[in-house]
Design a protein around this ligand. Sequence first.
Ligand SMILES: [Zn+2]
Length: 335
Amino acid sequence: MADRTLRPSPISPTVDFSAEGVQHGFLRLPYSRDDSAWGSVMIPVTTVKNGEGPTALLTGGNHGDEYEGPIALFDLARTLKAEDVTGRVIIVPAMNYPAFLAGTRTSPIDKGNMNRSFPGAPDGTVTPKIADYFQRMLLPLADIVLDFHSGGKTLDFLPFCAAHILPDKAQEAKAFELVRAFGAPWSMKMLEIDAVGMYDTAAEEMGKVFITTELGGGGTATARSAGIAKKGVANVLKAAGILKGAVEASGTTWLDMPDGNCFSFAEDGGLIEPLYDLGDMVKTGAVVARIHPVGRTGVEPLEVKARMDGILAARHFPGLVKSGDCVSVLAAVVA
Ligand SMILES: [Zn+2]
């Protein structure tokens, strides 16, 4: 990508990332439209800097219908004091802000899925413009990157923090150290269905220590999942030496997604009947869910079978399923 000649980002921050202290402001992205000729998308941002030290870049709302990240990060932005920080914390609680305001996974403006939009484009539509700003302006400032996710409206997950297996083993080890520090009930060695265009990949290819989460889903947060997010982000900042205080240790169970057999997909639509719940152990060949045809009575349901032994780590959330939907994700428990 080094040979790409790109125009400057149209986004201008109203905060100075090099300045000391706490600043609350916006990433302002001009967006001319019917109801605001010279209007802008105003993405909230907080930067907290105190002297020399590492920089953490914290993001939620990469997908607009996932809430633990925004809850933890709006809270942290409001409460974090400069004197408790060594280095810098940059907080963007709702990265795909138009999607977050609409309560949808993708942007209502351009249908952009932020996590498939990297490296972005400064002359694209709104979502690739935001991605480009992270790619060229914010990620280069960061040493560690924490991007919160959950299942959104269509998936539900066991609450876990995760990192990826990487070619650079030193970088990978640092990421898994932070996953351990986060202290979610489960910790995942994560495999992606399709890593192209992901923020994760962009950060990792830049050599950043990147961790992510899946903390629940169904288009809402729970008291438990929000608590895990708030404690986790504080723990990560403490483990990185950015926030004062000791990591609040808690036990975690390590999980692994060894290969594509962890995923099961629906080959027809209908009414989904789960036969296992999140956290249940499932054997290879077991029927994870049945899909009942809804066009008429008297028709046998389609059985969705487990393709490996494992714990049910994620499942389709809505009561109706479409052909191609991800029905279940199994993970191996690492002894
Ligand atoms: Zn997500």
